[in-house]
Design a protein around this ligand. Structure first.
Ligand SMILES: O=c1[nH]c(=O)c2[nH]c(=O)[nH]c2[nH]1
Length: 323
């Protein structure tokens, strides 16, 4: 309580850019590099700093930023961004307070202040990908890819944990095997039924791992990075279908559902997935007049657009356990 009002606050540091290289000896193979943009936000018992000039319980956002670099340094073995986020979350929720503090007059002052009860760590990766030269993966050469892996981890002082991971900017398109027909016909409808169109989207996916307490984290490191690659592959395989014939999509909605279902079917260690798939329309080009039919559309020339676009999203979860 702050006066007659209820006050809640959180603070932290955003866009902390850190890159970590693991230089394995030549015999062990390749160098590994990651580049992460880290945001840390803590809920802490420093309400007096909002309501008065007492900053004694604030963990400075500058110290939060410094911690990111210290922890990156301490990771002598390759870690995934999910593991790194858990390391940071556990650090902030276990280090503070460092024990009771006593003020000048010997009274207990800070035993309860400064406690970080919760830390949210968000990381977005810049997708450096190993280059291939002469058909061989390069030991220390990288180029930037497109779609981005990210994670959001929430750790509470109790050890309660939430790990979400995701993909952003995953652009997919197919030139056929897509249609849209049988939808509502009313006075606003102009769109004809079609069984032949381009479908293009930029997938944003978020999925949740089932580890709900730090004690449930697998002791043998679970490879979150590999799971990210797996999910990406399953999403694209389901979107496109087999290379030679593809798979017919009756709507973005149906394709989205099948993509989400395939992820949950293939990966028991994912408890739910949210997909956002904007429908980025490729409009048929018809130009001309009665006298001068300049361009007549024959499934060949399109006007690519992203404004306006359809917005289609859904979340698919496993049923809650009845236990
Ligand atoms: O796959 C689609 N779903 C829609 O909901 C929709 N609406 C629209 O105009 N075109 C499409 N396509």
């Amino acid at each position: 309580m702050a006066g007659n009002f209820e006050l809640q606050g959180r603070h932290g540091k955003s866009r902390v850019r850190v890159s970590r290289v693991w230089r394995r000896p030549a015999a062990a193979g390749c160098h590994v590099i990651v580049e992460w943009s880290v945001a840390v936000s803590v809920v802490s018992d420093c309400l007096p700093s909002y309501t008065s000039s007492d900053n004694s319980a604030i963990v400075a956002t500058d110290s939060i930023k410094n911690t990111v670099y210290v922890k990156a340094k301490e990771c002598t073995e390759v870690v995934s961004m999910e593991e790194f986020a858990v390391i940071l979350g556990r650090h902030f929720t276990s280090l503070y307070p460092q024990g009771p503090r006593w003020d000048f007059y010997g009274s207990l002052r800070a035993a309860v202040f400064g406690q970080v009860s919760e830390a949210t760590v968000t990381i977005v990766e810049r997708p450096w990908e190993r280059v291939v030269v002469d058909g061989k993966p390069h030991s220390h050469g990288f180029k930037v890819g497109v779609e981005k892996h990210s994670t959001e981890v929430i750790v509470k002082k109790s050890g309660s944990l939430l790990i979400n991971s995701g993909i952003q900017g995953y652009s997919l398109l197919k030139t056929t095997q897509s249609g849209f027909e049988g939808f509502v016909t009313d006075r606003y409808r102009l769109l004809p039924d079609t069984r032949e169109r381009i479908v293009a989207t930029e997938v944003t996916a978020w999925w949740r791992y089932p580890f709900e307490h730090v004690s449930q984290l697998p002791s043998k490191p679970f490879c979150f990075t590999q799971r990210y690659q797996d999910v990406k592959e399953v999403l694209s395989e389901t979107f496109f279908g087999p290379p030679d014939v593809g798979v017919y999509s009756p709507s973005v909605q149906n394709t989205l559902y099948l993509m989400a279902k395939e992820v949950l079917t293939r990966f028991p260690d994912i408890s739910s997935i949210q997909l956002r798939m904007p429908n980025l329309h490729f409009l048929p080009v018809n130009l001309g007049s009665k006298e001068n039919p300049l361009v007549k559309f024959a499934d060949d020339v399109y006007l690519p657009t992203n404004e306006p676009h359809g917005t289609i999203e859904a979340t698919l979860s496993r049923p809650m356990s009845k236990l």
